[in-house]
Ligand binder design. Structure first.
Ligand SMILES: Cc1cc2nc3c(=O)[nH]c(=O)nc-3n(C[C@H](O)[C@H](O)[C@H](O)COP(=O)(O)OP(=O)(O)OC[C@H]3O[C@@H](n4cnc5c(N)ncnc54)[C@H](O)[C@@H]3O)c2cc1C
Length: 140
């Protein structure tokens, strides 16, 4: 059995009815730079279901930080009668590439460590075997 896990569409059944006019071509909710659903101040969408960027857990976590900050700001503005601006999301791929770079670096280091350990052990084993072979019959 084969499961196709690429190019999946967002499961938008739970919001497609209420936000039908706010969905993009891929069925994702259109949001602004603060993750507010278009036309709403106090409705946010983030992660895979919003149209901010590619669907990745890494980005969803970044969205979460901005949304939680913005909810706090909205609440503080409401209760304190302030007008603090909301935080805008900026797409940065540098930290993503850096974390991927670190991942592949640690992977290649572990692999090379494992390979060199394996080669050294087999070299020691072969040397030892040859030494035994070279000894006269009566010592063996
Ligand atoms: C096969 C596969 C591999 C992936 N590999 C990677 C990877 O290596 N790296 C990476 O960064 N990303 C990867 N992703 C993408 C990553 O999984 C998503 O981008 C990420 O999970 C999005 O998080 P989210 O919180 O937006 O949505 P989700 O993680 O999908 O969370 C949504 C939650 O809402 C729940 N829900 C849905 N409808 C309702 C409802 N009506 N009421 C209550 N709850 C509801 C769902 O059950 C789910 O628990 C992969 C995805 C797939 C499918």
């Amino acid at each position: 059995m084969i499961f196709v896990c690429t190019g999946t569409r967002v499961n938008n059944k739970s919001f497609a009815t209420h936000f039908s006019d706010l969905l993009d071509d891929e069925g994702r909710i259109k949001v602004n730079a603060h993750f507010q659903v278009e036309g709403f101040d106090n409705v946010f969408a983030l992660g895979d279901c919003c149209n901010m960027e590619q669907k990745m857990a890494y980005f969803a976590a970044k969205h979460g930080s901005v949304v939680s900050r913005n909810i706090q700001i909205l609440q503080a503005n409401d209760t304190g009668n302030k007008n603090k601006p909301l935080v805008s999301y900026t797409r940065t791929y540098i930290s993503l590439f850096f974390s991927l770079f670190l991942f592949f670096l640690s992977l290649s280091l572990s692999l090379s460590l494992f390979l060199s350990l394996f080669l050294s052990l087999s070299l020691i084993h072969n040397t030892h075997k040859n030494k035994i072979k070279q000894q006269p019959e009566f010592i063996r």
